[in-house]
Design a protein around this ligand. Structure first.
Ligand code: ADP
Length: 279
């Protein structure tokens, strides 16, 4: 797909002859540039909280602060440590995804408890972000019980699937302001397969950002991402997991109105679950 560039070397080859050795170096150079970018990004992401932490340590060491102030500083330091912890966790998740064999598609996870867990986590996150600010709570809506009862099962790694769906749902909670609405829909598709949509009434994403939104460390608004505990790796993890499971991610968004992150599971990735008769 790209114009081929070659590195060529001339080697003496027998009497009066030269051998031309060539290979395509574009792909190699690209991979190398990406690796360099990634290392630079990771270093930056680690350096920032470290600088903040070191600053607080110095303040505590040099200024005699009243107890209340000291505790406030320690709280802020704990926040930075947590941030670095999340960053390292996400980095490990990504590197595991890259290094491990494809998920076993003979392993099945029931959708209902998976979404129940996501719902619990989303409500806890919403509470943590808005609960004690006195702001109007977010409205969080999950599929009705009867939809979930017939939702069936997903093929693949339960842990990976949870991390992908939870990332999308938690992003909706994190980026939607207080008083907003987050809805998760589950829809079986006509030819088999299913669609899970995470719909929010948040800030939306401008069209020029959409193509890059799943890249590592790509953020539309750096400070908003940080304030809500973002590492900039969430959607990269989501994309990777879904790819490994043969599922597609479709994002549509209207600036100022909200976003829809939709996951389409292929027919092979979903199986119906016999509805147990109520005794
Ligand atoms: P982060 O940790 O920064 O949230 P992600 O990879 O999860 O990293 O998301 C990348 C960027 O995409 C975010 O920084 C944010 O700008 C944007 N984004 C993701 N989800 C949403 C959403 N539901 N609404 C608006 N913007 C979003």
């Amino acid at each position: 797909s790209h114009p081929v560039r070659v590195s060529a070397q001339l080697h003496p080859y027998g009497e009066g002859r030269l051998l031309l050795l060539s290979r395509d170096i574009t792909a190699l150079e690209q991979a190398d540039a990406m690796r360099r970018d990634f290392v630079a990004n990771v270093s930056h992401e680690i350096r920032t909280p470290l600088t903040v932490l070191a600053g607080f340590v110095e303040t505590l060491q040099t200024l005699p602060l009243p107890d209340g102030e000291r505790l406030r500083y320690l709280g802020l330091m704990a926040q930075q440590a947590t941030r670095m912890h999340h960053l390292v966790q996400d980095l490990l998740t990504l590197s595991r995804l890259e290094g491990s064999p494809l998920p076993d598609m003979h392993e099945w996870t029931a959708v209902a408890p998976l979404l129940a867990r996501c719902e619990q986590e989303a409500r806890a996150l919403s509470q943590a972000l808005h609960g004690d600010t006195g702001a109007v709570a977010q409205q969080i809506v999950f599929p009705a019980a009867e939809v979930l009862r017939s939702a069936g099962q997903l093929a693949g790694s339960p842990g990976e699937l949870h991390s992908a769906l939870a990332n999308l749902i938690n992003n909706a909670v994190r980026y939607t302001p207080a008083g907003g609405r987050i809805e998760v829909q589950w829809q079986p598709l006509a030819g088999g397969g299913a669609r899970l949509a995470v719909i929010d009434s948040g800030p939306g994403i401008a069209p020029e950002h959409l193509p890059r939104i799943t890249e590592r460390f790509y953020r539309v608004d750096r400070s908003r991402s940080r304030d809500t505990g973002g590492t900039g790796l969430g959607l990269a993890i989501v994309k990777h997991v879904l790819q490994r499971h043969g599922a597609q991610l479709a994002i549509s968004s209207v600036l100022g109105r909200g976003s829809v992150f939709a996951v389409e599971f292929s027919p092979g990735g979903v199986r119906a679950q016999p509805v147990l008769p109520l005794l």
